[in-house]
Ligand binder design. Sequence first.
Ligand code: ATP
Ligand code: SF4
Ligand code: MG
Length: 343
Amino acid sequence: MATATAPTAHTSEYQPQDGLLLEVEDLHVEFHTRYGVAKAINGVNFSVRQGECLAILGESGSGKSVTAQAIMGILDMPPAKIPQGSVKYCGHDLLTMPEDRRRKTRGPEISMIFQDALSSLNPTFPVGWQIAEMFREHRGMNKSDAYAQAVRLMERVSIPAAKQRVKAYPHQFSGGMRQRIMIAMAISLDPAVLIADEPTTALDVTVQAQIMSLLQELQQERHMGLILITHDLGVVADVADRIAVMYAGRIVEQADVRDIYAKPAHPYTKGLLDSIPRLDLKGQELSAIGGLPPNLMHIPPGCAFNPRCTMAQDICRRDRPELVEVGPHRKAACHFSEEVLNA
Ligand SMILES: Nc1ncnc2c1ncn2[C@@H]1O[C@H](COP(=O)(O)OP(=O)(O)OP(=O)(O)O)[C@@H](O)[C@H]1O
Ligand code: SF4
Ligand SMILES: [Mg+2]
């Protein structure tokens, strides 16, 4: 059973202003390769507040992980380049911060569970050692205190018999338990912002639901800002407060989760919704969005979604729609969002 424990005391030089933790503004990321320039992120804007969960949703290649890597400051530059934009944490721009200061934000302030989490545990060290190392390295704790913290965290993420298993190796745990260990490591330094990049992809459906509710519990208990990255609208319905839908490196729709489920304002979001099975609509036909996302070296002019959009008109092939307000707390980037909303 989970033991409710207070996070380890952590004093920070960063204080959120009015609860605002993270502000991403006009973020652009390019990859300069021998084949050309891939425009992976093309003007992304969003913010995350304390105690809020923002889900970032989109198909493979839409720029979800690159956005997270830009926030964490872990993009390899080159080939990556950030020609424009800012990533403010408690009002401080991480993109212009000296690297030594920025490094200190990774872990204690903003932490990330990586997309390939199951393979990012080191197979040659016991899991408890790997968690304890966070406390030794960042908090200067001695070995026995750090191990005690590791056990406490393993208990918190509901690893059965944590005390006995603290010295076990990653291969001795199931996929779901290894993901719990990755979560324990990610929250070990009591971060204000947690980014979880596809935290449940490799897991079966029951374990997915358990991991999601663990993340939700931890977020509420610690009042963290949570960014939940996924390509599956179905898994975030109960956890997210808001959803940002990405397509070809831009946010094409942003809204409260309930509003998006009730009525999408963008044809792409509608396509994503139509492609998930719903318990309330038994026997329905599921439809997938036809076509493929664009080559990021040759993004089509106008609306990037136009070659796949059944509503596309001439204006869509000519003018790029801006992300504009289309209702309370909601924005969409579509010339015909009113028609989509009223359909
Ligand atoms: N190091 C790199 N060099 C060149 N292109 C890259 C590099 N890293 C990412 N990209 C490109 O950036 C685009 C966005 O990638 P990203 O990993 O953010 O997608 P994603 O939305 O996370 O997809 P997935 O759901 O598959 O994880 C992709 O087209 C990808 O090929
Ligand atoms: S702007 Fe046009 S092509 Fe783009 S999503 Fe809207 S209707 Fe479709
Ligand atoms: Mg990804």
